[in-house]
Design a binder for this molecule. Structure first.
Ligand SMILES: [Zn+2]
Length: 267
């Protein structure tokens, strides 16, 4: 029998009535958040390494403006950013906002994965892939790019660990990946250049992590959120008709919702 630390009661999380199970759950959520903080920080420090114009073996840099080598405080999540008040200590340029946002966001998705699953395997997998989606959303916003150096290894990793999810089978994972690729390929062809092929690959990763039928929930939330934001931007004239919007953040939103809550939504 499973003892979830918190129970989903429709609108609110309610603590498990058994105090010992409740405490165990809280410890797990905090541990998951710390793991997430480190994973998010690692990915963030390495992020510009994943752009195709960076040699894979070059030294770690903190600042893309002066490319000075990383200083020790920057090796600890958030410390370097706070210590130097968000600027590069060498050239005084502002550091990218992802340095501040990605590690806590990753801590949050790991904590939510622990809250929603109460088992370690789906917490680590859900948290890790959610963090990868956050990183892809970041690269799409920074450079309008969904780097192959992240998305291809992530798809291979998702295939390799497809057996490890307790609530979805290998068949569902591969069906989800195949279906997401097929749907997005049609969207890509029909959209005549509004969608990039990077979006197709990123949505395929969603399929290989959420599996079928949960990835349908993810694609649904992607389409709805992108539609709402595009409508608001057009109505407020922030954006002109035909202007490019990065879809990566919306695919990431749909993927994270489907990874963390997909099964509850489908049930
Ligand atoms: Zn600098």
């Amino acid at each position: 029998m499973r003892y979830p630390p918190y129970q989903w009661t429709g609108l609110l999380w309610r603590a498990n009535p058994d105090p010992r199970q409740g405490l165990k759950g809280i410890v797990m959520v905090i541990t998951a958040a710390l793991v997430g903080l480190v994973v998010g920080h690692l990915l963030e420090v390495l992020l510009d390494r994943f752009y195709a114009d960076t040699p894979p073996a070059s030294p770690l840099v903190r600042c893309s403006a002066c490319r000075s080598p990383i200083r020790p405080p920057h090796l600890i999540p958030l410390l370097g950013y706070l210590l130097y008040r968000g600027r590069c200590p060498d050239c005084d340029q502002w550091l990218p906002i992802r340095v501040l946002l990605l590690p806590p966001a990753s801590a949050l998705v790991f904590a939510l994965a622990a809250l929603t699953s109460d088992e370690w395997a789906p917490t680590i997998l859900g948290g890790l892939f959610s963090t990868i989606f956050l990183a892809l959303a970041t690269t799409d916003m920074e450079r309008r790019l969904i780097p192959n150096r992240i998305v291809y290894p992530a798809i291979l990793l998702a295939m390799a660990v497809s057996w490890a999810w307790p609530d979805r089978g290998v068949g569902q994972i591969f069906a989800g990946g195949g279906l997401a690729f097929a749907i997005m390929l049609i969207v890509y062809i029909v959209s005549l250049g509004r969608f990039g092929f990077g979006d197709v690959k990123m949505a395929t990763l969603m399929g290989f992590t959420a599996g079928f039928p949960v990835m349908v929930v993810g694609l649904f939330f992607t389409a709805i959120s992108a539609g709402i934001v595009a409508a608001v931007l057009l109505l407020t004239r922030v954006m002109q008709r035909g202007q490019y919007i990065p879809y990566g953040p919306f695919i990431a939103l749909g993927a994270i919702i489907s990874l963390l809550w997909g099964h509850s939504i489908i049930d």
